[in-house]
Ligand binder design. Structure first.
Ligand SMILES: *Cc1c(COP(=O)(O)O)cnc(C)c1O
Length: 402
């Protein structure tokens, strides 16, 4: 099937929950993808921060091939070898002590919300259940996680929403302090906000949030579903800040493209869950966790975190250079390979113009261009992307110095 045929069938049979680009991707290798008409693209979307190892990383492909012929699924009524192995890898390489596996970012955050409530009921009092989250945050689309998401547009039409969430502006300690009360049980945030428009926390802010949580006996939950696993140039975003969360959630890049989610917790918080408190049929399943073990080892052993830190800085500077040429580009922000440009102009038209020239990027809220290259990207590929972006900006904005 070519693009047109596939799109026509999709419009007929698939529920319309996504605004999709008129393109079907059928194959990928490294930082390149091909559409159903055979056109090639440089992929700076990376399945929305999922394909951090590039497409079809050989170690992930080999691990999946091997596991799929051995044991695809096994109930959590039994111990699962790759699940235990991935948990060990995550714990030994982070500040957290125990792992619960699930299948997505939203599920990981659901698990975090449940654990925080259970812990607070035991340690802070039966009326402690409220979780303070940030404006412009994104935590998922299930009822609880969309309520945790501090963006009203995601709430509209779904009332009544679950009780127990309160929002404060990001990077504003006074507002957070004022919002804490006897009902508060936890603070939940993304160290670098992704879907909300690419906003990084300030270092002194996160450190003060940690101190506030310690003073008040609150759990601190970091949603690293997008910013974790090397994306910001650190294995986990919290490492840059020198602030350890009590609970951390992961998903997206964790299994190199195979669906997975994980909720990690310090021992004291993890102890609030006992057998029967939480579960997921597919969570930690052999196929997903075998892919996870291969993906995590590749991330650790192939210098990819370092690449995101070093080339992320280079990419950032190249974007800043473009911003000096085009006055409509008003802000460059983010960390590592989670970068955004604020554009005072039609962001969607820039995305389309890039696509025509063979570069995939995406936009947020109609005014932010977001860049999520694979962590394997080379300097040469960044230069190619910058050259295409510049042409697209010239076409759409009709100017640019040279
Ligand atoms: C993508 C994302 C989620 C939701 O993950 P799903 O796998 O789509 O449920 C949650 N939090 C953050 C920060 C995300 O970027």
């Amino acid at each position: 099937m070519d693009n047109a045929a596939l799109i026509a069938l999709g419009e007929k049979y698939v529920m319309r929950t996504y605004g999709r680009y008129p393109l079907a991707l059928v194959r990928g290798e490294g930082a390149r993808v091909w559409d159903a008409d055979g056109r090639e693209y440089l992929d700076f979307v990376s399945g929305l921060a999922v394909n951090s190892l590039g497409h079809c990383h050989p170690r992930v492909v080999a691990a999946v091939r091997e596991q799929v012929g051995k044991l695809i699924h096994c109930s959590n009524l039994y111990w699962i070898e790759p699940q235990v192995e991935l948990a060990q890898l995550l714990v030994e390489n982070s500040a957290l002590d125990k792992v619960f596996f699930c299948n997505s970012g939203a599920e990981a955050n659901e698990a975090a919300i449940k654990l925080a409530r259970k812990y607070a009921k035991e340690h802070r009092g039966p009326e402690s259940y409220e979780i303070i989250t940030m404006r412009r945050s994104f935590h998922g689309r299930t009822l609880a996680t969309l309520t945790a998401t501090g963006q009203e547009k995601f709430h509209r039409g779904f009332a009544p929403l679950p009780a127990g969430f309160k929002y404060v502006p990001f990077n504003d300690l006074a507002s957070l302090r004022a919002a804490v009360g006897p009902r508060t049980c936890a603070v939940m945030l993304e160290p670098v906000q992704g879907e909300g428009g690419v906003y990084a926390a300030n270092k002194d802010y996160l450190q003060a949030v940690r101190a506030l949580c310690d003073d008040e006996g609150l759990l601190l939950i970091f949603d690293e579903v997008q910013c974790g696993l090397g994306r910001t140039g650190y294995l986990f975003a919290y490492q840059y800040y020198g602030v350890e969360p009590d609970i951390m959630t992961l998903a997206k890049a964790l299994a190199g493209g195979v669906p997975i989610g994980a909720m990690l917790a310090k021992e004291k918080a993890a102890a609030a869950f006992g057998p029967g408190d939480h579960a997921s049929t597919f969570g930690g399943n052999p196929l997903a966790t075998a892919a996870g073990v291969a993906a995590f080892k590749a991330l650790l052993e192939e210098g990819l975190v370092e690449n995101a830190r070093v080339l992320g800085e280079y990419f950032y500077q190249e974007l800043e250079r473009l911003a000096r040429e085009f006055p409509q580009l008003t802000d460059v922000r983010g960390r590592g390979f989670l970068l955004g440009i604020e554009i005072d102009g039609p962001a969607d038209a820039v995305v389309a113009a890039c696509q025509e020239r063979g570069l995939l990027i995406n936009s947020l809220h109609g005014h932010v261009l977001r860049f999520l290259p694979p962590l394997t990207i080379s300097k040469d590929e960044i230069d190619q992307a910058i050259a295409i972006l510049k042409e697209a900006l010239q076409e759409v904005l009709g100017q640019g110095a040279n």
